[in-house]
Design a protein around this ligand. Structure first.
Ligand code: X2X
Length: 342
């Protein structure tokens, strides 16, 4: 009799756990997931986060409820901490710039190598090819699941003092850069006086006139942030490209059911394809974004390929130093793809 009771109990436990396993499929869901975005809600970068949260909620019938922390609210003023927040599960999702994640993953500095990526076409090929795959593997190995590439864009120079058309024009200009060392190296090599600052603080510094200039893409940052209120001169020089990655903490990801993982992945790919297109619109196939700058009183100067030579030559030692830091194999692979797509 006792034996029989024990058998019944064992069977009951087995049955219950298989039922629970079937229902939950995975771990416990959070009532709310936090997403980090450095910029505000305007523009394709900020808007992508709003669309992603909306679609995800709808498609998972409220199981995955994302709250967006725009303007760097989640990392409380230190944007180079964003990746670590995801690793720790303090943040769940991030629409992260590769620049902000590069202190933790040095290979992501690839895109910040001065004058390396010549075009959007080359960038797409690098991301789709072996270098892009390798970078996603490196991100995942550090316990953040990369869902899709997005784009901040080619970074352009602005300042409040005068036109910059040759390296000598940068001499003495105080330029705000992101807290990632390759940017300090690049602007020092060009003769400027670079200072590290988070994006939020930087905008206050422009208003107060304590910093002269900065570098950021036109469509995703300069226009939505209305930088013409503090900056007058723009130099288009495409000196670095800044891809975004929509990533999710592995801790959060592992708890999602197989069905929800697939919804998250597909929605991320869809939204970031839209985001990437938006980041290029008005600059790639039309001049709309540049016209907006001019209408707001900015002077837009496009460096010719010949002018660029002087900037390239000055930053060559930075390129060589960072090629070693990043790893020669990855850099050579990216260079080869870029050369083939020119
Ligand atoms: O801080 C910047 O310059 C920005 C908004 O482009 C990044 O997050 C890298």
């Amino acid at each position: 009799m006792r034996k029989r009771m024990r058998l019944v109990c064992v069977l009951a436990v087995l049955a219950l756990s298989s039922v629970l396993g079937g229902v939950a499929d995975a771990g416990t869901y959070k009532p709310e997931y936090k997403a980090s975005i450095v910029v505000g809600p305007a523009g394709p970068w900020g808007e992508a986060a709003i669309r992603f949260a909306g679609l995800l909620k709808e498609r998972t019938k409220g199981r995955i409820n994302v709250k967006n922390y725009h303007a760097g609210q989640l990392f409380a003023g230190k944007q180079t901490n964003e990746f670590t927040l995801l690793v720790q599960g303090v943040g769940d999702f991030a629409f992260g710039s590769t620049i902000n994640w590069s202190p933790q993953i040095k290979e992501l500095n690839l895109f910040a190598m001065p004058f390396m990526v010549p075009s959007y076409k080359a960038l797409d090929a690098v991301q789709a090819g072996q270098p892009g795959k390798k970078l996603f593997q490196l991100i995942e190995a550090k316990r953040v699941v990369p869902l899709a590439w997005g784009e901040n864009g080619f970074r352009q120079l602005t300042n409040s003092k005068h036109r910059v058309s040759k390296p000598a024009d940068l001499e003495g200009l105080k330029i705000r850069v992101v807290g990632s060392p390759i940017f300090i190296d690049t602007f020092r090599a060009l003769g400027a006086n670079p200072v590290n600052m988070n994006w939020g603080e930087a905008q206050t510094a422009f208003q107060q006139g304590t910093v002269d200039g900065q570098e950021n893409p036109v469509v995703t940052v300069i226009v939505p942030s209305k930088l013409w209120t503090t900056q007058k001169y723009v130099t288009l020089w495409n000196y670095a490209i800044d891809p975004l990655v929509l990533g999710v903490s592995k801790l959060s990801w592992d708890a999602f059911s197989a069905e929800d993982k697939s919804i998250v992945k597909k929605t991320a790919e869809e939204i970031m394809a839209w985001q990437k297109k938006g980041a290029r619109a008005g600059i790639d196939t039309s001049s709309e974004a540049l016209d907006t700058l001019k209408q707001n009183g900015m002077e837009v100067f496009a460096l010719s390929a010949k002018d660029m030579g002087a900037f390239r030559a000055k930053t060559k030692p930075v390129y060589d130093k960072w090629a070693r830091e990043i790893g020669a194999d990855l850099v050579r692979a990216a260079e080869k793809i870029a050369a083939a797509t020119k």
